[in-house]
Write a protein that binds this ligand. Structure first.
Ligand SMILES: C[S@@+](CC[C@H](N)C(=O)[O-])C[C@H]1O[C@@H](n2cnc3c(N)ncnc32)[C@H](O)[C@@H]1O
Length: 253
């Protein structure tokens, strides 16, 4: 049989892969800088989250928690909790739940407490101060991207989760399509610079978001990482054309 090779399809330049800078943002390499950045933005954090998510953040968070389908009186870790959205949502969704918020930045935890979060501890995702299998579920909202060693943090999360327990996460990701990726990064840089300058006189505090994204894994890569780490069943869902990813992963029994 003669196989006819058709010429390569024409791909205009706009679809070319954008060259992504590969250096890690300085804040990711230095926890003092990370803490200082989140200390600065903490009082405005809830407002800016709504702006960057086009007001859809609450819906994504509710979807994540509802679909977790926890039963009984689950013990839940809200990791990289910020002002404690997941602690509050989980307590509402699962009335018997015991939630613990953990974050690197004390000012975020103080705000979480002022919103009614009872248990809040200062902790680093790479070295969690909890015993093995302590939690039925670990929630991470926009946290993964900030961890300097993602694989180490996933191992820690897996360690503190009981067999059969859940990891659920919501984060920014880069869309798979190169054009969308470029537009998305451009949008995040423009929004970040504008709001950073307006609210804090420092564009960098929010242009960190697209910078941190450029060195982050994709939605399918993170799913694979979870499977390798011992999560047998992994579901993922993308929003805004793959710019936001939700993951649900069940630790093997
Ligand atoms: C973007 S906020 C997320 C807040 C909240 N989870 C939400 O869904 O809106 C990221 C949080 O991660 C925290 N963080 C950064 N690096 C961390 C680390 N290594 N361990 C624990 N928390 C960290 C920051 O202090 C910040 O409060």
């Amino acid at each position: 049989m003669v196989r006819i090779h058709s010429p390569r399809p024409f791909r205009p330049d706009i679809f070319a892969t954008i060259p992504l800078r590969v250096e890690l943002p300085a804040e990711k390499l230095n926890s003092s800088l990370m803490r200082a950045m989140f200390h600065t933005i903490a009082p405005r954090y809830d407002f800016i989250t709504r702006v960057f998510s086009f007001g859809m953040d609450r819906r994504w968070k509710r979807t994540l928690i509802e679909r977790a389908g926890l039963s009984g009186s689950p013990v839940i870790l809200d990791l990289a909790s910020g002002t404690g959205d997941f602690s509050l949502l989980a307590a509402r969704q699962y009335p018997g739940a015991r939630t613990i918020a953990a974050d690197l930045t004390e000012r975020m935890l103080l705000l979480a407490r002022s919103r009614g979060v009872e248990r809040a501890v200062c902790a680093d995702a790479g070295r969690l101060p909890f015993s093995d299998a302590a939690f039925d579920c670990v929630c991470i909202g926009y946290g993964l991207r900030n961890f300097p060693d993602l694989a180490l943090a996933v191992r820690e999360i897996e360690r503190v989760t009981r067999p059969g327990g859940l990891l659920v996460s919501l984060d920014f990701f880069l869309p798979a399509n190169a054009l969308l990726r470029r537009l998305y990064l451009g949008y995040l840089y423009a929004q970040g610079a504008f709001w950073g300058l307006l609210l804090h006189g420092r564009p960098r505090v929010y242009t960190y978001i697209p910078d941190s994204l450029k060195t982050f894994v994709s939605i399918p890569e993170f799913s694979r990482m979870l499977r390798r780490a011992g999560y047998g069943r992994v579901d993922a869902r993308g929003f805004i054309l793959g710019g936001i990813g939700l993951h649900w992963a069940v630790k093997e029994e």
